[in-house]
Design a protein. Structure first.
Length: 182
């Protein structure tokens, strides 16, 4: 498992540039924005909702799988690198729950941390409620990837959090109300 996790983290180096080039144009790259507050978190207008999926009032799609090992079907048509970020998010909830997101999802979706851009909840039985919010926002993806890479480099949760806050504190939306790790 550890070798697989290291492989995944190595592959994440490619993710940041590739996710911004989503062929469907659904991922926001923020290159032309001066402020992230203009980001549109609305779900695609015409979306197929499959059995077992739920669309929230803010447009996010959620789907339950038996565990973090099983990715949701809403990722089936997404680029492999985006699926990789979701896979890593599923195995790094103990990191991402301490990292804020700066895309505006605290207000628009009620998210409490960057983890919620990918996972709404990990239930007691191990099942996971996945959220598709991260499929439409490069900031969400970047924060997750950067956080996990810093953890792999040996940074503490507090050091990672401070780096994320410093990187995203200007030019982005208000952060999610994420508590500071001890």
């Amino acid at each position: 498992m550890k070798k697989r996790f290291i492989y995944i983290l190595t592959a994440l180096g490619l993710v940041l540039s590739a996710c911004g080039n989503d062929a469907a144009g659904e991922t926001d790259t923020h290159e032309d924005e001066t402020s992230h507050e203009e980001h549109d978190h609305a779900a695609p207008a015409e979306r197929e909702v499959k059995e077992g999926q739920t669309v929230l009032p803010n447009g996010d799609l959620q789907e339950v799988t038996a565990s973090a090992e099983e990715l949701p079907s809403f990722l089936d048509d997404k680029p492999e690198d985006m699926q990789l970020v979701y896979r890593v998010a599923g195995s790094a909830t103990e990191i991402l729950e301490w990292m804020p997101c700066y895309c505006g999802c605290g207000d628009s979706a009620g998210h409490k941390s960057n983890m919620n851009c990918f996972i709404s909840e990990v239930r007691e039985d191990g099942s996971v409620v996945w959220d598709d919010h991260g499929t439409r926002c490069l900031v969400c993806l970047e924060i997750a990837v950067e956080s996990v890479k810093m953890a792999q480099d040996g940074k503490s949760l507090k050091e990672i959090r401070e780096a994320i806050d410093e990187t995203y504190n200007e030019g982005y939306a208000e952060p999610t109300p994420t508590p500071m790790p001890a």
